[in-house]
Ligand binder design. Structure first.
Ligand code: NAD
Length: 500
């Protein structure tokens, strides 16, 4: 097992940040990026694939570091973190050459031109990560950023610095130019200093509160920013659902990783015709659940949010019941409570009822967040019709968190208070690129001054009118007549003074 990289001292990081270290780091990354951008995408992908090999060969070490640092269960560290990360490396490296290839984009109005759209890197990208998936989240974004030709500076959470250091170390055999991928440790002040150093892109994953600050900081330059923020996933149980399946899904979805997942089930919306039968099953299963499977509260400050939300529920007179490691909250007016409307990020779920699919969609969408959701119904087509009405980036049918961040093929992200921009999939890769059009002349057409250049005159007006009609009119007769007018106007222009 290779040694885990040493944990840099955070106070020192902050001091260095204040003394201009971060500006220096960004400049070094920018210089390295210029050379990296010239390396063909296929070669970049081939080199970066070695990070996937490191994930496999160092799997046990990675799991141990994750578990020591945030107490994640072994099965979750393996599946969600190592599995998710290696999937991201493999998919991104296999598909980047195709997805980033230049494409011809003929323009109807300019038949004599041959424009091509290139996907070019942005420059220096800053990735700011949370503590709850300290390996898979930053690693996927680093691979996408690097394969697209950027330099990447990773600022991991101050609550998971060893995982952050390990993530960067996984790229050590990739043959990357020095300074192309850098680790910058520290807390939010270091994150803010990184944005102040004016990178070309900020990819932020974290809370809504911090996301607002990051977006405001980026706005001053402006720097493009992607925001992967929180969620209050709703699991919807229709009246024809398999209640055994749905109750098991609700229990796991609300509590895996200690409920500290942006896609954790925080709201359980149940058709009132089956709520008693569903809740009976859910409570019985929650009581049987081994609390040690749920995992601890990984970040001490988060437990304050849990306490605040439970206190708000109690103050409102809601039913707050603890079954083993899980708290379930229901009662009249639950939809107005903090636990229902804000992200709790813990093993706590609010239960509300609806009657029929229209009501389910209304209830689901009555929130500011919009990341993930799931629908349980015996009729998959009906569930799909409901899924299409939900304001969420990802909706699972008869499964929960199935489209979790772990899958590199699928675009991941939400709307509203859940942020914008995507990681993973083609959309995620393109977050790290800029489309650049190279407009080449079509071969074989000699250079000539354009008929729409100066001087402006009557022939030109006729010519342009005829051209617009040919291109845009759906009436064949008018298009044919315009072709004759176009030729007449063009011949007249050519007989007279040349264009300026
Ligand atoms: P957080 O917002 O407290 O911190 C996230 C990162 O931002 C940390 O690295 C932190 O140091 C940094 N930061 C803090 N202040 C900053 C500032 N002013 N400028 C720049 N950076 C700053 O979030 P957290 O507690 O680490 O993570 C939990 C949150 O992340 C939850 O809300 C969860 O839903 C969300 N999350 C979202 C996704 C997603 O994909 N949508 C995934 C995981 C977690």
């Amino acid at each position: 097992m290779s040694a885990t990289p040493a944990l840099p001292e955070q106070g020192l990081s902050w001091l260095l940040a204040r003394e201009g270290e971060i500006g220096f780091r960004v400049s070094a990354a920018r210089a390295a990026q210029r050379a990296w951008a010239l390396v063909p995408v296929a070669e970049r992908a081939e080199r970066l694939a070695k990070a996937g090999d490191a994930l496999i060969s160092r799997m046990d070490e990675i799991v141990a570091v994750i578990r020591e640092e945030n107490g994640k269960r072994e099965v979750e560290a393996l599946g969600h973190e190592v599995g998710g990360a290696v999937g991201a490396v493999r998919w991104t490296c296999a598909n980047a050459p195709r997805l980033l290839a230049a494409e011809a984009a003929p323009v109807t109005w300019l038949p004599h031109r041959k424009p091509v759209i290139e996907r070019v890197p942005l420059g220096v990208c800053v990735v700011i990560s949370p503590w709850n998936f300290p390996v898979s989240i930053p690693l996927g974004q680093i691979v996408a950023g690097l394969v697209a030709g950027n330099a990447v500076l990773l600022k991991p959470s101050e609550w998971s610095p060893r995982c952050g250091a390990l993530v960067v170390d996984l790229f050590r055999d990739c043959g990357l130019p020095a300074d192309l991928l850098q680790l910058v440790q520290g807390d939010g002040r270091v994150g803010a200093a990184l944005i102040d150093a004016k990178p070309e892109k900020v990819f932020f994953t974290g809370s809504l509160v911090t996301g607002r600050k990051v977006m405001a900081a980026c706005a001053q330059f402006p720097i493009p920013v992607s925001l992967e923020l929180g969620g209050i996933d709703a699991l919807i149980v229709c009246d024809d659902a398999d209640l055994e399946l749905a109750s098991s899904a609700a229990l796991w979805g609300a509590t895996m990783n200690g409920g500290q997942v942006c896609a954790s089930v925080e709201r359980i919306l149940v058709d009132e015709r089956v709520v008693d039968a569903f809740m009976g099953r859910l409570r019985a299963k929650a009581e049987r659940l081994d609390p040690s499977d749920v995992g601890p509260c990984s970040m001490p400050l988060q437990s304050k949010v849990w306490e605040r939300h439970l206190a708000d529920a109690n103050k409102r007179g809601l039913n707050v019941a603890k079954y083993g490691a899980v708290s379930l909250i229901d009662g009249p007016g639950v939809e107005a409570s903090d636990v229902y409307r804000d992200e709790t990020f813990g093993p706590i779920a609010a239960i509300a009822t609806f009657r029929g699919d229209d009501d389910a969609a209304r209830l689901h969408n009555d929130t500011d967040f919009g990341l993930t959701a799931s629908v349980f119904s015996a009729d998959v087509d009906r569930a799909e019709r409901l899924a299409k009405r939900l304001d969420a980036g990802l909706v699972s049918i008869n499964d929960v968190a199935a489209t979790m961040h772990a899958f590199a093929e699928l675009p991941w992200g939400g709307k509203g208070s859940s942020g914008f921009g995507r990681s993973h999939g083609e959309d995620g890769l393109r977050e790290f690129t800029m489309p650049r059009v190279i407009d080449r002349p079509r071969g074989g057409i000699p250079g000539f001054k354009r008929p729409w250049w100066y001087p402006y005159d009557g022939d030109q007006v006729e010519l342009i009118r005829a051209f617009v009609t040919i291109v845009g009119d759906r009436h064949t007769g008018r298009r044919v007549r315009s072709a004759g007018k176009l030729l007449t106007a063009f011949a007249s222009m050519m007989r007279r003074s040349p264009r300026l």
